[in-house]
Design a protein around this ligand. Structure first.
Ligand code: PLP
Length: 414
């Protein structure tokens, strides 16, 4: 890594280039040299249509186009406008509006919710827990504010959620820390596409309830960034009632993002929403999270808040948006299934997959495999434990083509 010249490292590990953007750049360079057909760029974390163009919901764009200048020029309140807070709760909970105190605080995308949760519910120096397959940004955010990420093994030998590893790690951390933030990314986990089953949820919650003694504080951050691209929206929200009215020292916080759901990636619109049986805990949540927001990004974009408010105050419009999203969700699900089916056909082992933007392949030398695949015009993201394929960014026929190619590269490395 380069020496710092003027800037301070402050314990962080800052690479010279973001890994994913770096590989995507190489893919674009190859497209310029060899043409589009020679390249498969499965690194991009956004939904692209079969021609490689960003999918943007036209029903959402129409609302944006009709905004008044004040809708986007004026500051929004730090925690979000009242209508926005109501709307984003409806978006997040769907038909499972909880029977407990819920408060929403606006954040710039799901990323802001992660940042504010770690900042307010862990201590400086604490370790934050997530699974060993995880979105690397969790670690960057934790490091940026003086915390770090530690992991448990997500799957056991049989490919099921590894409740034993989870329990061991929660126990270990709570024996040395007063508080613990646990990040659970489900459904349609990045990078594996795994979704916790209802049974997984019961096991997980029973473990946390048993291990979290009264003098400890556990924050369960549920990152649902991909919840609306996993499949049936009601089915994928069935776990939510399980989070209502847990013991008072366990606080669920839902990290909700409009980036994928409303294709508002660049508008930076999201929210953190707490669920608690105690009014004072909900009030404190608003106070501390708004304080953190003021001290980092201040307020979020009003335009995106107005867009969501307008969608949720008009049922016909909401239906239109939902229908349009369903069309693209179906397209994405087909791609994921095609990849999974073909992997099974050719005998490529993949990490247990359910749905969403990504699937992963375990391998011993992800960087080496990624480089070899690049020579064949295939660009995937190397992670610590394997390769990530974005099925969101490539058409179905490429999803079918990839498993065989990946398998032969992995076999050639043995
Ligand atoms: N969580 C996960 C796992 C993600 O992959 C992403 C986006 O890539 C996010 C949260 C939040 O994204 P945003 O800040 O754009 O809403």
């Amino acid at each position: 890594m380069k020496e710092f010249i003027m800037a301070q490292q402050n314990g962080r590990n800052i690479p010279s280039e973001d890994k994913i953007f770096g590989i995507s750049r190489l893919a674009n360079e190859m497209i310029e040299k060899k043409g589009k057909d020679a390249v498969t760029n499965a690194t991009i974390g956004a939904l692209l249509d079969d021609d490689g163009k960003l999918v943007v919901l036209s029903s959402v764009v129409e609302v944006l186009r009709n905004l008044t200048p004040e809708d986007y020029a004026e500051y929004a309140p730090i925690g979000g406008t009242a209508d926005f807070k109501k709307s984003i709760k409806k978006a997040a909970f769907g038909k499972y509006m909880p029977n407990c105190f819920t408060e929403a605080v606006a954040t710039p995308g799901g990323t802001g919710a992660i940042r504010n949760t770690i900042a307010n519910y862990s201590k400086i120096g604490d370790q934050v827990l997530t699974s060993d397959w995880f979105w690397a940004t969790y670690s960057s955010i934790a490091g940026e504010i003086g915390r770090s990420v530690t992991t448990y093994s997500l799957f056991d030998e049989a490919g099921n959620f590894n409740i034993t590893a989870f329990e061991r790690k929660v126990d270990e951390l709570l024996s040395v820390q007063e508080s613990l933030v646990i990040i659970i990314n489900t459904p349609a986990h990045n990078p594996t596409g795994y979704s916790l089953t209802l049974q997984d949820w019961d096991n997980l919650l029973n473990t946390v309830k048993a291990v979290a003694a009264e003098d400890k504080k556990v924050t369960l951050f549920i990152d649902v960034a991909y919840i609306d691209f996993a499949g049936d929206p009601d089915k994928y929200r069935e776990f939510l009632p399980k989070l209502e009215n847990l013991q008072t020292n366990i606080l669920p916080i839902i990290g909700y993002s409009s980036s994928k759901t409303f294709t508002l990636y660049g508008m930076r619109c999201g929210a953190m929403i707490c669920m608690t049986p105690i009014k004072e805990i909900a009030e404190e949540f608003v106070r501390v999270c708004q304080f953190s927001a003021r001290a980092s990004w201040s307020n979020c974009t009003r335009a995106s808040m107005v867009v969501l408010s307008k969608i949720y105050e008009d049922n016909t419009l909401l239906e239109k948006v939902n229908e349009e999203r369903k069309h693209y969700c179906d397209l994405l699900l087909k791609r994921g299934k095609a990849f999974e089916e073909e992997a099974s056909k050719v005998g490529l082992k993949i990490v247990p997959f359910d749905a969403g933007f990504f699937a992963s392949i375990p391998c011993a030398d992800p960087d080496g495999a990624s480089k070899m695949l690049q020579e064949e015009g295939i660009f995937l993201v190397p992670l610590a434990k394997g390769l990530r394929v974005s099925v969101a960014s490539i058409p179905e026929e490429k999803c079918r083509m990839l498993p065989g190619k990946i398998l032969s590269v992995l076999n050639s490395m043995k």
